[in-house]
Design a protein around this ligand. Structure first.
Ligand SMILES: Cc1cc2nc3c(=O)[nH]c(=O)nc-3n(C[C@H](O)[C@H](O)[C@H](O)COP(=O)(O)OP(=O)(O)OC[C@H]3O[C@@H](n4cnc5c(N)ncnc54)[C@H](O)[C@@H]3O)c2cc1C
Length: 384
């Protein structure tokens, strides 16, 4: 049986980033992915990269990730397609004090964010109707990137530095070892022994962790992305509307993407309906037109749906769940942009090195202790 110091299950952006940082630190992990890198939810992500977080640790991680996306080619030899657009956040009047406090903290962290009252919003963004909005925030450095390119960049670099890829093979059994780590049974009948294991399997993390004795309170939700054509209308800036519960970002010059900021019911991740439904495109179109009336002339192009792996407080679940068995999951619809810099902390955790002290808050034991982390604003927990 082959033996590895680290076995990573899943090559979404989290598994790929952990592999990248582990190999930078001299480790030689095996990465086991049953489809292809970014073949799961990562590849279907809207891939908005913002550091507008209420949680200070995640704000710092997102800030550092955006810096990595910008310098991706130097790090990995590949362009992650990062496009800086800036991002406008709209909030109802009840959020004024919280947003002002949060914007102050973000600026202290070097995340340049402007606090905008309604008069300033109306002056700067004349295409918008600010009915129901009490305050805005504008993050100058936010943007989006290409999730498949970014994941492949991290993954390929890890392989160049000595990681072993096992692509197209699923982990079908995880047998924890008394000495720590686990023996992983793969879908081709082979087995690998791993001194430590990192489960980064997104919505499929729970059944794997259960085999190590950890019942994590994670569930999957189906979320859609609607794609529209500007069709000659004046493009509007990327924005997230917490009053109406949607976001919009440009995609190239012709298109924009839009989706929901609100929770959905739990679903079975193995029976996903990946197509967008007419009523979903209509739900978001109605809100878009309320906010930006001239978008009535935009055209529905297409769309898709994929999965969020959601934790009870909508914050990531990261930590050791059995001796030598770790998880990095539960990213709750906002984990794409965290991955490049978070992977460094995850790699340190797996190697038993000191991590940023902020990481400990994300250990799944918080749920056993009845603790949850604050996240976002009201139902828009996704803002983290
Ligand atoms: C529609 C949508 C829009 C989103 N928009 C944003 C956004 O704008 N910004 C943002 O930051 N985040 C966004 N997210 C969230 C973000 O994409 C996720 O948080 C992130 O991609 C999770 O990455 P991951 O590596 O943890 O998991 P995944 O991408 O789920 O990867 C897990 C991998 O594990 C593999 N796997 C599972 N089980 C096994 C097994 N037994 N054996 C081997 N391999 C296995 C899967 O095939 C998969 O490739 C969005 C997500 C979706 C679905």
């Amino acid at each position: 049986m082959e033996t590895f110091d680290v076995g990573i299950i899943g090559a979404g952006i989290h598994g790929a980033s952990a592999a990248f940082h582990l190999t930078q630190a001299g480790a030689k992990p095996v990465i086991i992915e049953r489809t292809v890198p970014a073949g799961g939810p990562t590849g279907r992500s809207s891939a908005i990269c913002r550091a507008y977080y209420t949680n200070p640790f995640l704000a710092r991680i997102a800030r550092d990730s955006i810096e990595m996306f910008e310098g991706f080619e130097e790090l990995t030899g590949r362009d992650a397609g990062f496009r800086r657009t800036g991002l406008l956040y709209l909030h109802p009047p009840g959020d004024v004090a919280d947003v002002a406090r949060s914007v102050g903290k973000l600026n202290e962290l070097g995340i340049e964010t402007q606090l905008l009252d309604v008069d300033t919003l109306a002056e700067r963004f004349p295409a918008f109707d600010f009915e129901g909005i009490g305050v805005g925030a504008y993050e100058l450095g936010a943007g989006h990137s290409d999730p498949s390119a970014a994941t492949s960049g991290l993954f390929d670099r890890a392989v160049q530095l000595g990681a072993t890829p096992r692509i197209g093979l699923g982990v079908v059994a995880l047998e924890p070892r008394r000495s720590g780590g686990a023996i992983l049974g793969l879908s081709d009948g082979s087995r690998v022994a791993c001194d430590t294991v990192l489960i980064a399997a997104g919505p499929w993390t729970r059944p794997l962790a259960l085999q190590a004795g950890a019942d994590l309170p994670l569930h999957a939700e189906r979320h859609f992305v609607a794609v529209y054509r500007w069709a000659g209308v004046e493009p509007v800036p990327a924005h997230g509307d917490t009053a109406q519960g949607y976001y919009l970002r440009p995609e190239g010059d012709e298109l924009f993407l839009s989706g929901k900021l609100l929770p959905e019911p739990p679903v079975d991740p193995d029976h996903l309906d990946e197509s967008i439904h007419d009523d979903e495109a209509a739900w978001v179109a109605e809100r878009l037109v309320d906010r930006v009336p001239h978008l009535a002339a935009a055209q529905v192009a297409r769309g898709w749906a994929s999965l969020y792996d959601v934790s009870p407080d909508w914050q990531p679940v990261i930590g050791e769940v059995a001796p030598g068995v770790f998880v990095d999951a539960g990213t709750s619809g906002h984990g794409y942009k965290l991955a490049p810099a978070l992977g460094r902390e995850v790699a340190r955790m797996v190697l038993g090195e000191d991590t940023d002290r902020g990481l400990v808050d994300f250990h799944p034991s918080r749920f056993d202790d009845g603790r949850t982390l604050d996240a976002g604003y009201r139902e828009a927990h996704i803002l983290g």
